[in-house]
Every structure is written in C-alpha cells, then in structure tokens.
Design a protein around this ligand. Structure first.
Ligand code: F6P
Length: 749
C-alpha cells in the first residue's frame, strides 16, 4: 500500500500540472476558432444584406426595414442587428439590440477576439460592417452574435479534458503500480537471494519471466552460472560441507535434477510385531551414509522391501514416505520371493561376491542358480529406476555389490542418465577376482556407470587392473578413466563418512551420565574400564581376533582382571548363511571360554550382545566407553570408527583401528593395529587403558577435526560435483555437435 502511494502521489501531481497548463490553452484556442467562424458568417450575412438593405434604407420604409431585420435574426445565433447612418446614429435596430452598444462603440470595434464583449445577457460578439450604395457610404451594419453557446461548449470541453486526464491518470497509475509491484518484488527477492548467498543467478532468474529481459537474462545466467560453477568446483576444499551445500550443488550444478538412490538395504524397515508395526533402522554402512544425503536432497530411494510389515504401509505404487517422524523423501520398495532373495542376496551377493572381495579367507561360493536370480533381480531394480525416472537424464546413485549389473541395464534404457555407482566393499586383486565365473559380466555391468567410486585409491587401482586383464578397453591411467563400447567411466576414490554433526548424538545424555548408565546396566563399578565393539555379526569384522586380544591382555596384565570388561554389540546378519551361523557359534564360544577363564563372581571380561540395537542405545555405549576396537580383517571403510569419534564431544576415549580398513588411511591418530597380530592388539589395549587424558584429548581432537571436515556431505558432494562436470562437458559437446580437431583435420584435407 505504501509502495502504491509512493508511485501514485507524484503521478497525480504530474498529471494535475499537465492539466493546469493544457486546459486554458485549449480554451483560448477553441474560442479563437469560434470567433473566426462567426467572422466568416458576418461577412456572409453582410454581403447578403447589403443590396436589400440599401433599397429599404432608400425607401425609408421603417416598418419594412424593421420586419426585414427581424426576419434575419431568426437565426438562433444572430442575437441582434442595428444600422447606424453615416453620422453614427442608430436609426434601425431589432428589439433585442442592447442600449449598451451605441454606434460610436460599435464603430470602433475591430474584427478579432476583442470583438467579444460581455453584456448583461452574457458574452456577445459584436461586428460592424460598412455598407455602400452606388459607391457612396450608406452606413454601418452592426451584427451581434450570441456567444453563450461558445462558452458552454468551452466549459464542456474543459470537463471532457479534465475527465480525459483523470482517466489517463488512473490507467497510468494502475499500470505503474502493477509493474512497480511486480518488479519491486522480483528485485527485492533477487537481492534477498543474493544476500542469502544465492548469487546473481537468483536475481536474474527472478527477472527472466519478463519477455523483454529473457534473452539478456539467459545470456547473463549462463555466464554467471559458468563462472560460479567453475569457482565453486575449484574451491571444493574451501567449502563447508553440510546439507545446504548438497542442496546448493543440486540447484546450481545439477540444475535441480532429480536424484535417486538405489540400494539393496532400505533405510527404514517396517516389521510386524503382534498387532503393531515397528520401524527399525538397519545396521548398515550404506544406510548410515546415505540417509542424511536423502534427507538433504529429497527424491526417491529404491530398495528391497525386506520387512514383515513393509507391504502394509506402502501406497498403491509401493511408496512410503520416511523418516516416519518427519517425512522428507520416499522409499520405493521392490519385492522378491524368498527363493529370489535366497539366490540373489544370500547366494550370489553374500556367499559369492562378499567373500570374493574381502580377504577374510572364507571361500566364495558361486552357483549358476544364484547368478540367474542375481541377474533377474538386478533387472527388476533397473526397470524400477526407469519407471521412477521423471526425466531422461536423472542422477542415479547405485550402491554396492548387490547391484553390479544395474548400471549397464539403466544405461541401455536411459542413455543420458548420470549413473554414479559406489562400491562399498574392497575390490580384490585381478587374480582373486578372476575366480568369479561371471567376472566379465560384472565388469561390463559396472562400466555402464558414468562414475564408479571406491573408498581408497588402492581399490580403484585394483579395479582398473582387473578391467585391463579382462576386457578390451581403452584405459587412461592418468585421468583414471576407462572407455568401453564408446562409453567413458571415471574411476575415483571417495572415502565415505558420516554426517556431522550427527543426529545420532543430538540430545544424548552427557558423557558422565552415559558412563553411569552403562556401568549400572552391566553391574559394573564407577571406576570399571569399558571397551566397546559395534558391528554386524560378520566374519570380516575380526570379532574373534579382538576377543583373543582381550584374553591376551588379561594373561599378560592380570591386574586388569575384575577391572576391565569388553562390551560387544553384534547385530545378527545374514544368519541363513552357514558361515554366519558358524561365526555366531564361534564368537559365543570364545566369549564363554574367556569369561570362564577370567571371570570372578559377577565379573565378566566379555559381554556379547547378539541382537539389534537402536542408534540411541549404540550412542550411549560409545559415549560411556574408554576405548573402541575396530579390528576388521578387511573393510571398505568402516563407519563405526568414525561414529565413535563423532560421539566423543568430551575429546576422551581411544580408538583402536585395524590397518585393513579404509578408515585407517584417514584416521592416523588412532592406535592402528594388525588384527591378526594378537599381541600387538593386546599391547594397543594396554596403551589405551593407560593413556593420559591429555594424550587422549590431543588424538581425539585431531580425529574429530578430520571426521568433521571429511563428512558424508563432502563424500556425496564430491561425487555430485564430478557428475555435474560430466554433464556440463556432455552439454558442450552436444552444443558443438561433438566437433574435434581430428574431424576438422579430415575436412581440411
Ligand atoms: O559393507 C557393505 C555393506 O553393504 C555395507 O554397506 C553395509 O553396512 C552392509 O554391507 C549391509 O549388509 P546387509 O545389507 O547384508 O545387512
């Protein structure tokens, strides 16, 4: 409203000024035109009257002359006529002739505006025309025209003009206010956008709906976009990585393109319990890493609906919105029969590829029936991606060894899609990999990706060497790209991480409270030393080895007996597989044996909890512990190590970390051990138990800095930025028709 007045007031004043100057001018002009009209009439009337009037004057018949004059003034505008003789005596006149216009005055009257005089009856035009007869002056004919009609017309014209200006004023005001409002809002939003850090793009974007600005806006937008993209892409290390950063990448670098995540494991599992449906967050590195990404980007997460209550909560299109307490994105569930799950998941993925890629000395098993299911389920995932895609070039983030064939299957159907595949487990050396009977199919499947990511350079190098051995490809070792079937795949390392700050630790009790809670839970004294291990019950995790290390420590340093307990949280995993069942029995037997050997009364050196634990429960354990052991025999990254670090905002606690994890390359301030070397691990336990608080603080502070800086948003952001670069390059190639120097040289010849 205030804005409208700001525009309206000056406009009204300007219009009033214009009206004030123009209306009198128009008035004078119209009067001039009327007078000129009357003067022409006067000449006409006088010319017509001259003959008859001379005769009548000569006949001296006063009555006839009077009647003649009376007839003439029947004309409604001719108001009165008088005739003055040569001596300026008014000798004849009509009854309407006013006394106030004597012959002397009339004789002086000249033609022109001055001839208009104001009498009692209103404005009158007075004209005196000399008449002659036989060459001698006869006298003067005085004609008085009524000018009141001219005044009436003039005043009408003034009103018309006034209404016209007022009308124009109103129309101009409305248009001005409307345009001003729109552009003001647009620019204000744009400026606000700039202040919010959205840059000039926002400003231009807001103006671009104006057709006249479109070409300029487009050019400017393109230019600024390129400049900003380039700058941001170069400054990856300077960026602060958080959910908003990912949103910014999607908006600025991927133009808000749709993002889909595809994995076997779903982030929320609905399970039927009695009459209720429980929601569970599975113990999975994929879920830990990707859930915050999906929260930040929205979109769809395609995954296997593995929960007993999963079908009960989806809509007709098999979608369910999650997280349940604050929905931010959708899970699209894929169904499979238990036979299919047996072959695809338990069989090929976890009895074949899992041990193949992990050097944990468990023999991989490859069955052709499992392979058939693996192919069919991969096809099902691919078809679902195509079905879910809203555009022909979505950004698809495919996760892990369960879906190795999906990239190619999607590429065949959506050639313009940007496919980022991340392999969450290690990649073995070419000799080991060649054990897989379908090793070429797996490689071809993965080479459907635009970007293929591993945790470490070492895994990337293993993969490229494997491809080199198995397929006819063009490999550029410098840029780490593989060209196969005319399609380029970039192979890069992207160390995965966790969100920072982690929601898992928000609102948790203080560290002293957690220590008290956990010690009370296990019936331990306040000074009791506590170690922690958290994982799926998997043979790659080195759980047996860490139990052996605890045993060795108690052997070598018996003063810890009764003062130290190790809490192992182990989520049951893949328990249909023999190896996993066997592991379950083994760890239980090891824990029992050690507890029998060193247990005293209620004292237990090892507490083994084989069950699912909620993230909150895990967080309290992390915060209560004096040290955490991650002793994987082989691991892609291992996020437990990073979670423990993130949990310790008190900067206390020691991390003992296997050298065979991807995390060891980043977390050098941990006590890095070879899990196969039991004595070394026992020594690390002793070191952790006796480490001064100041040293713990120095190590933990540095570790926290690394996890904070290299958080999961950076992991995803780097991949998305690389994808954006690829898309940009593809766009340029399309625009330039893919012309290159080689083709130009051909034409040149
Ligand atoms: O480590 C590979 C991985 O896919 C992880 O990303 C994840 O933590 C785990 O395996 C999940 O196992 P599953 O889905 O079989 O329970």
């Amino acid at each position: 409203m205030r804005l409208s007045l700001r525009f309206l007031l000056p406009l009204a004043l300007a219009l009033a000024g214009v009206a004030y100057a123009v209306i009198p001018l128009v008035d004078t002009l119209t009067l001039k035109w009327f007078v000129r009209d009357i003067e022409i009439r006067v000449q006409l009337i006088a010319g017509t009257m001259e003959g008859p009037l001379s005769e009548l004057v000569a006949s001296q018949s006063k009555a006839k002359l009077q009647a003649y004059l009376q007839r003439i003034i029947q004309d409604e505008r001719l108001f009165a006529i008088g005739f003055c003789d040569r001596n300026n005596q008014l000798i004849y006149k009509t009854a309407t002739y006013p006394d106030s216009v004597p012959c002397e005055q009339a004789a002086e009257v000249k033609s022109g505006p001055t001839a208009v005089v104001r009498l009692a009856q209103g404005a009158v035009h007075v004209a005196a025309v000399g008449l002659e007869t036989g060459g001698r002056p006869l006298g003067r004919l005085i004609l008085l025209h009524d000018m009141s009609w001219a005044e009436r017309r003039s005043s009408l014209t003034k009103w018309y003009l006034f209404y016209l200006f007022a009308g124009i004023g109103v129309v101009i005001s409305l248009v001005t206010v409307l345009v001003a409002h729109l552009s003001w809002r647009g620019w204000v939003q744009g400026v606000r956008g700039m202040l919010r850090g959205e840059g000039l793009i926002g400003l231009i974007r807001d103006q671009q709906h104006k057709p006249e600005l479109q070409p300029v806006a487009q050019d400017l937008r393109a230019m600024i976009h390129e400049l900003q993209s380039d700058k941001r892409m170069r400054d990856e290390r300077q960026m602060s990585w958080k959910p908003a950063t990912l949103k910014m990448i999607l908006r600025d670098h991927l133009a808000g393109d749709e993002v889909m995540i595809v994995s076997n494991r779903e982030p929320y599992v609905h399970n039927r319990r009695d009459q209720q449906i429980d929601v569970q967050v599975p113990a999975s590195g994929v879920v830990t890493a990707l859930e915050p990404i999906m929260r930040a980007c929205s979109g769809v997460w395609i995954a296997h609906g593995s929960g007993s209550g999963d079908r009960d909560v989806v809509d007709a299109r098999n979608h369910v919105r999650v997280p349940p307490d604050d929905p931010a994105y959708e899970i699209r569930r894929i169904w499979m029969t238990s036979e299919e799950e047996e072959g695809y998941y338990y069989g090929f993925a976890n009895e074949g590829l899992w041990p193949l890629c992990h050097l944990a000395h468990v023999r991989p098993v490859f069955r052709s029936s499992d392979w058939t299911h693996y192919k069919a389920i991969n096809e099902r995932f691919a078809m679902t991606i195509v079905e879910e895609a809203k555009t022909d070039n979505p950004v698809v983030l495919i996760q892990d060894y369960h879906l190795a064939l999906v990239p190619k299957m999607v590429r065949d159907r959506l050639p313009h899609a940007t496919i980022i595949t991340f392999w969450h487990i290690p990649w073995p050396n070419p000799e080991s990999y060649a054990i897989c009977p379908w090793h070429q199919d797996i490689l071809e499947g993965l080479l459907g990706s635009s970007i293929l990511g591993f945790h470490t350079r070492f895994h990337c190098s293993n993969f490229i060497k494997t491809v080199d051995r198995s397929l006819e490809t063009r490999i550029d070792w410098d840029s780490s790209t593989i060209s196969y079937g005319g399609k380029l795949t970039a192979v890069n390392h992207y160390p995965i991480s966790i969100e920072w700050p982690s929601r898992m630790f928000l609102g948790q009790p203080s560290v002293p409270e957690c220590r008290t809670q956990i010690r009370a839970k296990y019936g331990l004294s306040a000074s009791h030393q506590v170690g922690i291990g958290v994982e799926r019950l998997d043979y790659t995790k080195g759980i047996l080895e860490r139990f052996l290390a605890v045993e060795r420590l108690l052997e070598l340093q018996p003063e810890w007996i009764g003062k130290l307990s190790f809490l192992q949280l182990a989520a049951p995993s893949r328990s249909k597989i023999d190896e996993y069942q066997h592991l379950g029995q083994q760890v239980t037997a090891f824990a029992d044996r050690i507890n029998r050997r060193f247990g005293r009364g209620t004292y237990q050196p090892i507490y083994l909890m084989i069950k699912h634990h909620d993230p909150e429960e895990i967080a309290i354990h992390y915060r209560a512990a004096d040290f955490c052991v991650v002793s994987s025999l082989h691991d892609g990254m291992n996020l437990v190590a990073k979670e423990f670090v993130a949990a310790r905002d008190d900067e206390q606690g020691v991390l003992i970390l296997s050298q065979f994890t991807g995390a060891a390359a980043e977390l050098a301030e941990a006590l890095v051990v070879n899990p196969y070397n039991i004595d070394e691990c026992a020594a690390a336990l002793q070191l952790a138990l006796t480490m001064p608080g100041t040293e713990q603080r120095a190590r933990m502070r540095s570790l926290r800095g690394i996890v904070q800086e290299f958080n999961v948003y950076r992991w995803a952001g780097r991949m998305l930025m690389d994808a954006a670069r690829m898309r940009q390059r593809a766009r340029v190639l399309r625009q330039t028709g893919g012309r290159d120097v080689r083709a130009a040289t051909e034409e040149f010849r």
